[in-house]
Design a protein around this ligand. Structure first.
Ligand code: PEP
Length: 251
């Protein structure tokens, strides 16, 4: 990991959590508060129903709150959708865009993801833009081509290291307990950095996270891979007792 880039350990709760989940965030905040000067950023992206409440629980602690997706528009007739401005108003500072579950379940193309990343920036949020290959693409030796296509076409023009984070999440590693080898992760992260170099002036400052079955037992090894600047964590972010050991690798 480059010394200049501050790691981000982010949790994505997906469609999990009722009001009672505030106790998990309280526990996480209590862990974080034991560190006067944390060396990493810590983020939880709860379902939108909990955002305002979780932002209140996080308060001024080192734990930040984010959305899981946003609409491209600021407001309007889009039943069920939420804008970046609304997420910001509820207390978010980040928004995930282009998660593979959104790409697959809601047909979000690179163009849609790009519009949402742009909306996140417009709304004052840091966009976490997810990219990753399917198992079929990996087996067909297309991983780097897929990643190139996603990075080039999902990032809006105004993307900078300050407003954008990339998350490399191989689709086949999400929620499966399978992870690429550290060498495989290194190859993809180096490739992403090369693509970013061609797109952005401050590419060397952009954080590139790894996501896909990160847990306490493998986090240290994965976070030590060159060009890995943190993690995007699904299942293991739901309980503070599982998430904190991942944060602890970077704090
Ligand atoms: C995710 O969906 O972003 C993710 C990484 O999930 P998990 O950690 O459960 O594999």
């Amino acid at each position: 990991m480059s010394n200049q880039r501050r790691p981000l350990i982010a949790g994505n709760w997906k469609m999990n959590g009722l009001a009672s989940a505030a106790s998990e965030l309280k526990e996480l905040v209590a862990h974080a508060e034991k560190h006067a000067a944390p060396k990493c950023d810590i983020l939880i992206c709860p379902p939108a129903t909990l955002l305002r409440e979780m932002a209140a629980v996080a308060g001024n602690s080192a734990v930040e709150i984010g959305g899981q997706v946003c609409h491209a528009n600021e407001s309007g007739a889009h039943t069920g959708d939420i804008s970046a401005e609304m997420l910001k108003d509820a207390g978010a500072s980040y928004c995930i865009v282009g998660h593979s579950e959104r790409r697959a379940d809601h047909n979000e193309t690179n163009a849609v993801v790009k519009a949402k990343a742009e909306a996140a920036h417009r709304g004052g949020l840091i966009a976490i833009v997810c990219v990753g290959e399917t198992l079929a693409e990996r087996e067909a030796d297309k991983t780097l081509d897929v990643i190139s296509d996603q990075v080039k076409n999902s990032l809006p023009e105004g993307a900078t290291a300050a407003n954008t984070v990339i998350a490399y999440e191989p689709v086949w590693a999400i929620g499966t307990g399978k992870t690429p080898t550290p060498d495989d992760v290194a190859v993809v992260h180096a490739h992403i950095r090369k693509e970013l170099d061609a797109l952005m002036n401050d590419s060397d400052q952009v954080r590139v996270l790894y996501g896909g079955s990160v847990k306490g037992s493998n986090a240290e090894e994965l976070m030590a891979v060159e060009n890995v600047d943190g993690a995007l964590v699904g299942g293991a972010s739901l309980k503070a007792a599982d998430f904190w050991p991942i944060v602890a690798t970077s704090i």
